[in-house]
Design a binder for this molecule. Structure first.
Ligand SMILES: CC(C)=CCC/C(C)=C/CC/C(C)=C/CC/C(C)=C/[C@@H]1[C@@H](COP(=O)(O)OP(=O)(O)O)[C@]1(C)CC/C=C(\C)CC/C=C(\C)CCC=C(C)C
Length: 610
C-alpha cells in the first residue's frame, strides 16, 4: 500500500479542479450541472470495462506500493477517480470558454450535395479506417497492441459524435473546441510523464511501439490516449450543445423545451435532419447578435449569462430597439425621421394585429414570425438587413403597449428641431417621462420575457418587480444621458432639464455650446460636471430604490439581470470617480473591469453606488 497515485491527484488534478470550480461557480446553471454529471457518468461507465481489460491483460500495471489498495473491477480507486476528475476539469474549461458563444448561430441548413455531406462522409471514412487498422493491430499481438486497444475503444465513440455533431465540430470557434482539448492534453502529458518516471504506473514493454514524444519523453500511446480522451469529452459536450441549440432554435419542431431535456429528447434533436432547419431563423439570429455585439458592450456581455430561449428573445428585442433608435437617429431630415416613426408604429400594429378571436371567444395568437401583413409591410418598408430581426421580435410573449410607448419616446427626440432650446425636457418630470418611455418600457418588456420563460411569480410580486424595473430603466437612461452629454451636444441635443440649468444661469443652448467647446474656463467645466453629477445622483437614487427587486425575479434569471444592470451602471460609477476624464466624448469601462463587475454580479447581490 502506498500514496503515490493519490499524491498525483493532490498535486496535479485536484488543484486545477478547485481553481476552475471557483472561477465557474458564479456562472454555473442547473443545466451545466446536468452536463457535468451526464459526461462523468458516460466517461466512467465507458472507461471501466476497457481499463479493467487492459489491467487484467497486463498492458499496464500499478506497483502495490503506489496505490492505496481498494479496487473496482481490478482498477485502483485512484484510477477511477482519474476518469472523474479529468472529465470534470475538461468540462469546466469547456463551459468557461464557451459561455459567451450563442450556439444557435452555428447551425447550418444543408442543401442537396453541398460541402457538408462531403465533410461528414470524409470524417466518417477517416474514423472507420482508423477502427479497421486498430482491429488489425489487436489481432496480431505485438508492439502495436496497446495503440490498437486505445484506438479501437475511442474511435467508435468519436465516429458516433462526429456523425451527430460534425457541423458544430467544424464551425464552432476554436476557443470552444481546440483550446479545451489542447490545454488539458498538454497538461496531462506532463503529469503522465512525471508519474511514469516516478514509477507510479508502469506500461509493459512487449505491447508498446517504443516511440516517444520528443521533449518530455512520453510514450506515444500515452500521448494519443490523453489527446483522444479529451477529444471524447469535448466532442460529447459539443454534441450536447448542438442538441440544445436545435431545441432552442426551432420551436416549430420542438414547441416546448424542458429546463433539463432528457437524453432521448437530446438525441431526437440531434437526429433532426439539417435539411429541415429553418435558415431564416438562424440568419435572423445571426443578424441580431451581430447588431448587439457591434452596438453594446454592456448588453452583449450580459446576454452571455442568459440561456435558452430567453437569451434568444432578449437579443431580438435588443435588435428591434436598436434598429428603431438608429433609423430615427440617422434619418437625414426630420421628415424622414417622422416617416420611420409612422412605419415602426404600423409595423407593430401589424405584428400584433394577426391574433384572431373565434366565435367562442377563444384567441388564436399570431405566429411569432408573421407570414402575413407584418412580413409584407416590413419587406416593403424596412432595409433588407433589418427584416429578419424585426420579424422575429417575440411579440406573443410581450405586451404591445410598451412598444408603442417606446416609439413615443423616440418621437420626443424629434422636438429638437432648430436648436437645443427647443428641448422637450423642460422639467425633471419631463426627463422622467422620457426615461420611462425609452427605457422603462424596455425594462417592462425584458421582465415580461423573463416571467414568460420562468413562470410562477405571484401577481403581486410581478407588479412589484415591474414597478422596480420601470425605475431601473429610468436609472439606466439617466446614466446614458450623463455618459453622452458631449455626443448629444454635437447633435444639438440637451437632455438636462431647463429647470436644472436655470439654477446655474445656463440655457440648453449655452450648455450645448460649452460642451462642444474645448476652451472652456474652469468655472464652465465645473458647471458641466455639476450637471453630470446631478444626473448620476438621480440615476443612483432610482437604482438604489429598485435594485433589491432583482432578487425577487425567478432564480434562473436573477444573476443575469444583475449583470445587465450592473455592467451598465458601472459606466455611472466610472463617471462619478473623482478626476475621471471622459475620453472621445464617451465614458468607457475597461474590459477587465467589465468582466470583474459581471463576475461579482453573478456571485451575488451588489448594491453599490461606488
Ligand atoms: C442582455 C440583453 C441582450 C438585454 C437586452 C436589453 C435591451 C432590450 C436593451 C435595449 C437597448 C436599446 C437600444 C433601447 C433603445 C432606447 C435606448 C437607447 C435606451 C437606452 C439603452 C442604452 O443602450 P445603448 O447604450 O446601447 O444605447 P446608445 O448607445 O445610448 O444609443 C438604455 C439606457 C435603456 C436600457 C434599459 C434597459 C435594458 C432596462 C433595464 C432594466 C431591467 C433589465 C430591469 C431590471 C429588473 C428589476 C427588477 C430592477
Amino acid at each position: 500500500m502506498g500514496y503515490d497515485y493519490a499524491l498525483v491527484h493532490l498535486t496535479y488534478t485536484v488543484p486545477p479542479a478547485i481553481l476552475l470550480s471557483i472561477l465557474y461557480a458564479p456562472l454555473c446553471t442547473r443545466l451545466d450541472l446536468y452536463k457535468i454529471v451526464f459526461l462523468i457518468t458516460i466517461a466512467v461507465t465507458s472507461t471501466i470495462p476497457w481499463d479493467s481489460y487492459l489491467i487484467r491483460n497486463s498492458i499496464w500495471s500499478y506497483p502495490d506500493n503506489a496505490v492505496m489498495g481498494p479496487k473496482i473491477f481490478d482498477i485502483p480507486v485512484e484510477e477511477v477517480f482519474f476518469f472523474v476528475i479529468q472529465t470534470f476539469n475538461t468540462t469546466l474549461l469547456y463551459l468557461l470558454l464557451s459561455k459567451p458563444t450563442l450556439h444557435s448561430i452555428y447551425l447550418a441548413k444543408e442543401k442537396k450535395n453541398d460541402k457538408w455531406k462531403v465533410l461528414k462522409l470524409g470524417g466518417q471514412l477517416g474514423l472507420a479506417l482508423i477502427i479497421k487498422k486498430s482491429i488489425d493491430w489487436i489481432k496480431t499481438p505485438g508492439e502495436y497492441t496497446y495503440m490498437g486497444l486505445i484506438l479501437v475503444w475511442a474511435s467508435p465513440f468519436l465516429l458516433l459524435l462526429w456523425t451527430l455533431a460534425y457541423q458544430f465540430l467544424v464551425k464552432l470557434p476554436l476557443v470552444s473546441t481546440a483550446i479545451p482539448i489542447a490545454i488539458p492534453t498538454l497538461y496531462l502529458w506532463v503529469v503522465d510523464a512525471l508519474a511514469l518516471h516516478r514509477g507510479t504506473w508502469v506500461i509493459s514493454s512487449g505491447t508498446k511501439t517504443g516511440l516517444y514524444l520528443p521533449g518530455i519523453g512520453l510514450e506515444a500511446e500515452e500521448a494519443v490516449f490523453f489527446f483522444l480522451t479529451n477529444c471524447l469529452i469535448v466532442f460529447g459536450l459539443v454534441a450536447f450543445d448542438n442538441a440544445l441549440a436545435v431545441l432552442n432554435t426551432f420551436p416549430a419542431h420542438f414547441p416546448t423545451v424542458p429546463s433539463l431535456p432528457t437524453p432521448a429528447l437530446l438525441v431526437r434533436a440531434l437526429l433532426l435532419p439539417a435539411a429541415a432547419y429553418d435558415d431564416d431563423r438562424i440568419l435572423g439570429l445571426r443578424q441580431s447578435v451581430q447588431r448587439l455585439k457591434n452596438k453594446s458592450r454592456s448588453f452583449y456581455l450580459a446576454s452571455g449569462t442568459f440561456s435558452g430561449r430567453l437569451r434568444i428573445d432578449l437579443i431580438h428585442l435588443y435588435a428591434f430597439c436598436r434598429i428603431a433608435d438608429d433609423l430615427i437617429d440617422n434619418a437625414k431630415s426630420p421628415a424622414e425621421a417622422k416617416l420611420w416613426i409612422l412605419k415602426l408604429r404600423k409595423f407593430v400594429e401589424f405584428a400584433y394585429g394577426e391574433a384572431k378571436k373565434g366565435p367562442d371567444g377563444s384567441v388564436t395568437p399570431a405566429t411569432d414570425i408573421n407570414q402575413g401583413a407584418a412580413t409584407l409591410f416590413a419587406m416593403n418598408n424596412f432595409p433588407q438587413d433589418t427584416l429578419l430581426s424585426l420579424l422575429y421580435l417575440p411579440t406573443q410573449r410581450m405586451d404591445k403597449e410598451p412598444l408603442f410607448e417606446l416609439i413615443k419616446g423616440f418621437e420626443m427626440d424629434l422636438a429638437f428641431t432648430k436648436d437645443a432650446n427647443s428641448t422637450p425636457i423642460k422639467t425633471e418630470p419631463d426627463l422622467d417621462q422620457y426615461g420611462a418611455r425609452v427605457a422603462g418600457t424596455v425594462a417592462h418588456l425584458c421582465i415580461q420575457l423573463v416571467l414568460h420563460h420562468y413562470p410562477g411569480l405571484s401577481e403581486t410580486a410581478s407588479k412589484r418587480v415591474m414597478a422596480a424595473g420601470h425605475d431601473m430603466g429610468i436609472a439606466l437612461q439617466y446614466t446614458n444621458i450623463a455618459r453622452d452629454l458631449k455626443v448629444d451636444a454635437e447633435n444639438g441635443r440637451c437632455y438636462v432639464p431647463i429647470s436644472w440649468l436655470k439654477r446655474e444661469k445656463m440655457t440648453p443652448e449655452s450648455f450645448v455650446s460649452a460642451l462642444r467647446s474645448d476652451k472652456n474656463e474652469e468655472f464652465v467645466e465645473k458647471r458641466i460636471e455639476k450637471q453630470r453629477l446631478h444626473l448620476l445622483e438621480r440615476a443612483f437614487g432610482l437604482y438604489e430604490k429598485s435594485v433589491g427587486a432583482i432578487e425577487e425575479l425567478p432564480r434562473p434569471a436573477r444573476a443575469s439581470m444583475r449583470v445587465a444592470v450592473e455592467s451598465y451602471m458601472q459606466i455611472g460609477r466610472e463617471l462619478r470617480t473623482p478626476g475621471y476624464q471622459v475620453k472621445a466624448g464617451r465614458a468607457t469601462v475597461p474590459t477587465w473591469k467589465r468582466i470583474t463587475v459581471a463576475w461579482r454580479a453573478l456571485a451575488g447581490p451588489v448594491h453599490s453606488t461606488r
